[in-house]
Design a protein around this ligand. Structure first.
Ligand code: ARG
Length: 479
């Protein structure tokens, strides 16, 4: 039996080194080290309470495990992702569970270390470790989301009453407050937070004590064990428990949707900071240059946010494909969960952190806002005016369309057409029509709940700010 494996008693040949390298997971699952130590410590207590370990042995095992956690930085649990040198060369520990057991052995000897594994399998252990890891990282993602929501709210506050063209089909549609657009993105990230929170509450179930597949013969109190690890309950079916990775899929979906939302924010910001739009500027601290064109200031950060969305969606699709058709038990395919999860969550969290920085730096340019130059984006206001005077909206729409055509033919902004000209489209037009035909009036009239009127946007801003403050306060990302 190899010192680096937890099996092999009945094997006659050593493992081929290429296969060894192919199967190892320590190069990436080493980041589960602290979770693995926590699961092991809880298991030691459960074994002691069940009478399967003496109090003295349990205390020695626990001290050894605590020592491993304390030395975690030096042994590489917190090392950056990538292949550990020993694993890359072959001959390193097969996985983090092997590593921890061998470290325990080094500290308390093989006899006692060999008792740690009583009644437990790596199958229930890895499922538990991964949930513990997800709990931490999921909470971290919620903090990152909260910081972005706060950043969007802050920028919306600085944008104040800045009116910009609202687009549909990327064509000028109706004037809106820039703050309204920014808060639309905040709403998406707030839902993302709710989604991650739901995933975390669904995964709050402890698989430890499920054994390899059928349960354990040691009479451990599984509910107490679950509570010790901070889980709300213990899993109900051992076969499901060791092979359920729904929680990984949930978090990957949550991460993928965060990235989709970030890509949408990025796209809006790329446009808003382009000269042709230009109501926001991208300061140098968050812009990049061109090696050839000295005048360029590029939004590479935003483009990367947009680009990375594809990568995380790919991780989700890839992992779902791994799960498809698996027999309901542990299969080694499941080892593929880790790189997908780590990369998906790392990418989402890193992207949120980058966006929060960009949001702090963006500067609104009030002089680029619309005032009385909203042009034919006021056509709906003209139609609404006519409908308000009793014309069926469909007819009002046609009349306003004729006014737009006249404005275009004569090269006059809609709001500058003479009253007589406007009267030719409908005798219902009165001099008060001009009160409607300007940007601020158009925006102010959209005062329904959820509309872009300054009052409504101010209320929404207050709600989003309160949410972000509460999220920052409880450290979880949710009021
Ligand atoms: N490295 C494995 C994984 O990530 C740990 C579980 C191994 N279990 C087994 N029976 N081979 O899934």
């Amino acid at each position: 039996m190899s010192a680096e494996r937890l099996w092999g008693g009945g094997f006659e040949q050593p493992l081929d080194p290429i296969i060894d390298r192919f199967c190892e997971s320590f190069s990436f699952d080493r980041r589960l080290l602290l979770a693995d130590v926590a699961s092991n410590r809880a298991w030691v207590e459960a074994l002691r309470d069940a009478g399967a370990l003496t109090g003295d042995d349990a205390a020695r095992l626990d001290a050894a495990l605590a020592g491993i956690a304390a030395a975690e930085i030096t042994i590489g649990g917190a090392a950056p992702p990538g292949r550990a040198p020993a694993a890359a060369a072959g001959g390193g520990p097969e996985d983090v569970h092997t590593f921890v057991e061998r470290e325990v052995e080094r500290r308390v000897g093989a006899d006692l270390a060999g008792r740690l594994r009583t009644g437990r399998s790596r199958n229930d252990l890895v499922a538990t470790d991964l949930r513990l890891y997800c709990r931490e990282e999921g909470a971290g993602a919620r903090r990152d989301l909260a910081a972005c929501v706060a950043g969007l709210a802050h920028l919306a506050g600085r944008a104040g009453g800045l009116i910009v063209p609202g687009y549909t089909h990327l064509r000028r549609a109706q004037p809106i407050l820039l703050a309204h657009q920014l808060l639309a993105h905040a709403a998406r990230l707030m839902r993302d937070d709710e989604r991650i929170a739901e995933a975390l509450s669904r995964m709050d179930v402890c698989p430890l004590g499920s054994g390899a597949l059928a349960g354990t013969t040691v009479p451990v109190d599984r509910l107490q064990l679950a509570r010790r690890l901070g889980f709300a309950s213990a899993s109900a079916n051992s076969l499901d428990a060791v092979s359920d990775r729904d929680f990984v899929a949930d978090l990957l979906y949550g991460s993928a949707l965060i990235m989709i939302h970030l890509s949408q924010i990025a796209e809006d910001l790329i446009l808003a900071t382009a000269a042709e739009f230009g109501w926001l500027t991208l300061p140098d601290a968050v812009a990049t240059g061109s090696s050839l064109m000295p005048q360029k200031k590029n939004p590479d950060v935003l483009e990367l946010l947009r680009g990375k969305a594809g990568r995380v969606a790919g991780r989700l699709a890839g992992f779902l494909t791994t799960l498809k058709g698996l027999p309901a038990a542990y299969n080694r395919d499941l080892q593929e969960d880790k790189e997908a999860l780590f990369d998906g969550l790392d990418t989402a969290r890193g992207s949120l952190q980058a966006l929060a920085v960009v949001l702090r730096h963006l500067q609104p340019l009030p002089e680029r806002g619309l005032a009385d130059d909203a042009g034919d984006m006021l056509a709906t206001d003209l139609a609404d005016y006519l409908a308000g005077r009793g014309l069926p909206f469909a007819e009002a729409h046609t009349c306003a369309g004729r006014a737009v055509a006249l404005a275009r033919e004569t090269g006059t902004p809609l709001a500058s057409l003479p009253l007589e000209t406007l009267r030719t489209i409908s005798p219902l037009v009165g001099a008060d029509v001009f009160d409607r035909l300007d940007g601020p009036a158009s925006v102010a009239r959209r005062a329904c709940a959820g509309g872009t009127a300054p009052q409504r946007v101010a209320e929404e801003l207050a709600r989003v700010r309160a949410w972000a403050d509460a999220a920052a306060g409880d450290g979880k990302g949710h009021p």
